[in-house]
Write a protein that binds this ligand. Structure first.
Ligand code: ADP
Length: 701
């Protein structure tokens, strides 16, 4: 604000000084004005008209020379005409023309447009022109007369030319001097002011000879020459302006192209929508000169525009939502097309109505942000100047909008993905908790089941023992007294009772194993005797089935330390299956041998027992499952009804409890071989944790 006040006071002072000086000079040099009119006669009006036309042309056609300075050659006109019209007339015409053209610029009329961000400063600057041009013209004209220069200059002599040239120089110097204070007020550094003055002055110095020739030509040839020269000057200025403007534009295009590439890079690195929108704004500002900027995203669910970023004069405005309606942004969303308006009049002409604003802008440009034929929003820029945006800006903003659309969509996808990941994590967490609870419930249920089975088995066994015992006594006692049919009934009771007892025992064992309460009692014994004992018991059953059992034991099989009772159970199970599934006349072979630690699959000194039959065999796909509780093969059930499906499950459990391993090889229709690997010394291996799994299946034999 302090800088603004300085600028205002400098221009005010300079304008006032110029105005006072001009009024005073006009008052005291009335004679000069009348003299000029007298001596030029009717040509006076022609010369004045040419001067005005020439000065206006030069003042209007300002051109950008560097990024900072706008050059106007208007002083050339003043330098050419002060020797003809004198200081008073020249100063007034100069000031009126420069003020007039500046007002046109402020009103956005003509080729040069002045942005009116701060109207008071702009008007004071305009008033300051009394000083900017009034004082230099008066200074130059006064010196000219002081040096003996004639007004109007009617003699084209070398001294007259020299005087005009010298005073032209003075006019330039005084102008620079006056502008120095203004430049300081703007906060320019000394070096920068010197640079601007040098560029400015050297351009004017180049035009001094032209100004001298124009002034002198009236004396030599008449007003026709003045018209011709002024016209040539105007054309030259026009060409120079176009060249300068074209050069500036092409530099701008290049810069925009570079910015565009940069924008792509910058915005693709932003992950949150907020950051991304801000980055788009920052990049846009570098290439498009605008006072208002907004990004509105289209919410197709609610048919609304959400202004996610709204910036006016560098102030971020609060976010707003608006239903899709008649506004300019809505037009862009509905038509999938950019919209460029040069002024509020254009807006009315098109029958459009922008959303009412506190400070209305003149120019409006909005482009749709499109991804795959879908409008996701609008980027719009506005300016208080009329016709501030060109078709180049439309291209540029469209290119930015396309990149922005992709980046915004990516940011949204990223956000969605984050949300989904979070939801998924929650679900997993919930499910894990549910599973944990279920597991606890199952464990509790399992414990109750095992307890129930143990109780039930115990309760059932007591009466069963009576049934089996008494039926056995009755069978013996009634052999001769009961009729044969009754006797058979008794035998059936006895067999069924035994079967039931076996089943109960098996269930009891399994529930003990599951509950982890099955313990082995290892003792040293001779395997030959154990196998022989099992064989003896099985022989009767085998004879009934017309199957023969053979057993061989290698001489090097040592004594073992295992749970003999469980081993017998294992062998009974395997043998009874082998017999059960063998055809009449089949042979069941038991083979027992020693396997040293180095060759054993259980990596300790091992006894290996094979039980081989020539029975129905087991299909490959069922080999794994026969060790499951209650599982029976289709073929097995059909061939020999009965059985419980518990024998092999128990067998496997006993083998594993021994840290051993059971394998099966089989081929349907040809037979099966079950192979046991058991440690020679269970006590030794039980010190190390059991190796799982203790089961291997293989097909065929
Ligand atoms: P069970 O013999 O009481 O049915 P097991 O658990 O001992 O129960 O056996 C499970 C199933 O495995 C048997 O029903 C049978 O289908 C199959 N099986 C077991 N041993 C043999 C064998 N030696 N030959 C053919 N199938 C067999």
């Amino acid at each position: 604000m302090a800088a603004r006040q300085r600028v205002i006071s400098v221009f005010l002072a300079q304008g006032l000084a110029g105005l006072m000086l001009m009024l005073w000079l006009t008052w005291i040099r009335q004679d000069q004005v009348t003299d000029v009119f007298q001596r030029l006669g009717p040509n006076a009006w022609i010369v004045i008209a040419v001067f005005i036309a020439f000065a206006i042309t030069l003042a209007l056609l300002k051109f950008g020379l560097t990024d900072k300075i706008y050059v106007s050659l208007v002083m050339t006109a003043f330098m050419a005409f002060f020797p003809l019209l004198g200081g008073v007339l020249t100063a007034w015409i100069a000031v009126v023309v420069s003020i007039g053209t500046r007002i046109l610029g402020m009103r956005q009329i003509g080729p040069t447009k002045i942005s009116v961000d701060d109207p008071i400063t702009e008007w004071v600057r305009t008033f300051g022109l009394f000083g900017t041009y009034g004082i230099p013209v008066i200074a130059a004209a006064t010196l000219y007369e002081y040096l003996g220069g004639e007004v109007p200059a009617l003699h084209a002599t070398p001294p007259a030319a020299a005087r005009i040239a010298l005073c032209g120089l003075v006019m330039i110097a005084v102008n620079n001097l006056i502008m120095f204070r203004a430049a300081r007020a703007y906060g320019y550094s000394l070096a920068k002011i010197v640079k601007i003055d040098l560029v400015d002055s050297s351009i004017y110095v180049l035009t001094i000879p032209y100004a001298v020739v124009t002034a002198m030509s009236y004396a030599a040839i008449g007003w026709g020459a003045v018209v011709a020269l002024a016209f040539t000057g105007g054309v030259a200025n026009f060409i120079a302006r176009n060249l300068a403007v074209t050069r500036t534009r092409s530099r701008q295009q290049l810069q925009r192209l570079a910015s565009l590439t940069q924008i792509g890079k910058t915005i693709s690195l932003r992950f949150t929508t907020e950051e991304l929108l801000m980055a788009i704004y920052t990049e846009c500002r570098k290439v498009i000169d605008c006072s208002l900027f907004s990004i509105a995203l289209y919410d197709d669910h609610r048919d609304e525009l959400a202004f996610e970023l709204d910036i006016r004069d560098e102030q971020v405005l609060p976010k707003e939502r608006m239903p899709l309606g008649e506004g300019l942004n809505s037009w862009v969303v509905k038509h999938h097309q950019p919209l460029l308006l040069g002024s509020t009049a254009d807006e009315r002409k098109l029958g459009l109505r922008s959303v009412p604003d506190t400070k209305a802008s003149e120019s409006w440009l909005g482009v749709p942000m499109m991804t795959r034929d879908r409008v996701i929003g609008v980027i719009s820029v506005e300016s208080y100047r009329k016709h501030a945006f060109t078709s180049d800006d439309v291209f540029l903003l469209t290119a930015i909008a396309n990149q922005a659309a992709v980046a915004i969509e990516n940011a949204q996808l990223y956000k969605d993905l984050e949300g989904l990941t979070y939801a998924l994590e929650q679900r997993v967490l919930e499910r894990t908790n549910e599973l944990r609870e279920t597991n606890l419930r199952l464990l509790a249920a399992d414990r109750s089941k095992n307890q129930f089975l143990a109780n039930m088995s115990h309760e059932l066994r007591t009466p069963l023992n009576s049934i089996i015992g008494f039926s056995s006594v009755l069978i013996e006692a009634s052999r001769s007294t009961f009729p044969a049919r009754m006797h058979k009934f008794l035998e059936n009771i006895h067999t069924a009772g035994n079967h039931l007892l076996e089943l109960i025992n098996d269930i009891l064992d399994l529930s003990k194993i599951e509950a982890g309460r099955m313990e082995l009692r290892a003792d040293v014994f001779d395997l030959r005797e154990t196998i022989a004992a099992v064989e003896r018991v099985m022989r009767g059953f085998a004879a009934e089935a017309k199957v023969q059992i053979f057993s061989t034991t290698d001489p090097n099989v040592p004594e073992v330390r295992l749970d003999e009772g469980r081993l017998k159970q294992i062998l009974f199970n395997l043998l009874s299956n082998a017999v059960k599934f063998s055809p009449h006349g089949g042979i069941v072979a038991i083979n027992c041998r020693f396997v040293p630690k180095s060759d054993s699959p259980i990596a300790v000194d091992t006894v290996r027992i094979d039980v081989a039959d020539q029975g129905i065999g087991i299909p490959a796909e069922e080999m794994q499952r026969i060790f499951d509780e209650f599982y029976q093969t289709e073929e097995g059930r059909r061939a020999r009804g009965g059985g419980t499906g518990l024998g092999l499950s128990l067998t496997r459990n006993f083998v594993e409890l021994h840290h051993g391993r059971i394998e099966v090889k089989s081929k349907p229709g040809e037979g099966s071989t079950f192979t046991l690997y058991l440690p020679v010394d269970f006590d030794e291996v039980s010190k190390t944790p059991p190796r799982a799994p203790g089961l291997a299946v293989q097909a065929p034999v």
